[in-house]
Design a protein. Structure first.
Length: 377
């Protein structure tokens, strides 16, 4: 299923859940013009670079400059000969390490038939942005990698109308203080094909147990990211996992599917929220119960799918002040539509009465032991 084209893009300066949506996208490339200033003594940088094979793609990414558009010809760009990095430790098959600017972002674009390949679900990250801000990734397919698209220390990027599929672990991972990014109108499916317990479709931030590895032991402040109008299905773990330490994001208009949930590593819902100050609204989740699924949600029985949305509080201050509005949750499972860990009940989380919940065995809203929760008009 192809996503709808993005008519809006990055919301610069988003401060929290009061946002009404992103602002217009960066202007399209101006093919045939140059971006050099009159005082620039270096040769002008062409606005468009067309690539046709792995070597030319790697060269174009390394030489990218603000305002440039890199266009992928249809075909498969194998990650085997194009491994990123020179020290052998870099997991990315294709790396992006330069930045555009707010006025002149860099665009990497192609059709769905332009497939960037990570050399297998046990290979490397398909595409790895490291300290790379103000990029627009649009239209192409990222396939067959240990992770799909990973952003580290990269902000103000737009990932639009992409297809991410056949991934060993997470599909799209924004981590190490990657903030103010937009993932929109994309399809993400068949994640966790090698590591089911880490097969999230979208992963925002890092678990606190990984902060020493990714953020110097400090909270991973991957804040104000937006996940808009995507189709997520056949993910072995949650469709969307919002980690502790992150805040101020927006999750809106996504189509969610719990049928691929494997029930490992406590992943048993469409969206798991451990961050704070998120607005989760107008998403549509559908789950079709399988005859092999357990009749209850006891963790020891590894329930494959239990509740629609869950809020957890793994560390002090997490899972607070999140708002759920206007979601349609077709749960068809023994849990609740929206479930809050008991420690999250008094942390300012708001469950709107305009959420529509059907097929939830424990009722629309609940906490531990499925004690019912009320909603806010």
């Amino acid at each position: 299923m192809r996503g709808r084209r993005l008519g809006t893009a990055l919301l610069v300066g988003l401060t929290g859940c009061s946002a009404t949506g992103p602002v217009p996208a960066p202007p399209p490339s101006t093919v045939g013009r140059t971006s050099a200033s009159p005082t620039d003594v270096s040769p002008p940088v062409p606005d468009e670079v067309r690539v046709t094979d792995p070597a030319s793609l790697r060269a174009a990414l390394a030489a990218a400059r603000p305002g440039q558009t890199i266009t992928l010809a249809d075909g498969r760009y194998s990650g085997r000969p194009a491994r990123g990095g020179d020290d052998g430790d870099e997991p990315g098959r294709y790396m992006i390490t330069t930045s555009g600017t707010a006025a002149a972002p860099i665009t990497l674009r192609g059709s769905r038939a332009a497939v960037i390949d990570g050399d297998g679900p046990g290979g490397g990250y398909v595409l790895h942005l490291v300290g790379a801000s103000h990029w627009v990734l649009r239209g192409f397919t990222a396939s067959s990698g240990s992770k799909g698209i990973v952003l580290d220390r990269s902000s103000h990027d737009v990932l639009d109308d992409l297809h991410v599929t056949d991934i060993g672990a997470e599909g799209v991972h924004l981590r190490d203080s990657s903030s103010d990014n937009v993932l929109s109108s994309s399809e993400i499916d068949h994640t966790g094909v090698k590591q089911q317990g880490f097969g999230e479709g979208v992963y925002l931030g890092s678990a606190s147990s990984s902060w020493g590895r990714y953020s110097g032991g400090q909270p991973d402040r991957s804040d104000r990211n937006q996940v808009l109008d995507n189709h997520l299905h056949d993910t072995a773990a949650e469709n969307i996992d919002v980690k502790e330490g992150t805040s101020g994001g927006l999750v809106r208009g996504n189509t969610l599917d719990g049928d691929g949930t494997a029930g490992q590593n406590s992943a048993d819902s469409w969206i798991d929220v451990k961050g704070s100050d998120y607005l989760i609204e107008r998403n549509h989740g559908v789950h079709t119960a399988a005859a092999s699924e357990p009749a209850d949600c006891a963790r020891g029985r590894e329930a494959r799918f239990c509740s629609g949305f869950e809020v957890h509080t793994p560390i002090e201050g997490s899972g607070a002040r999140n708002t759920f509005r206007g979601n349609r949750l077709e749960v068809d499972a023994p849990g609740a539509g929206i479930w809050l860990q008991h420690t999250a009940v008094d942390r300012g989380n708001v469950i709107g009465c305009d959420n529509e919940v059907v097929g939830a065995g424990a009722g629309p809203y609940a906490t531990n032991h499925y004690s019912p929760l009320g909603c806010t008009p």
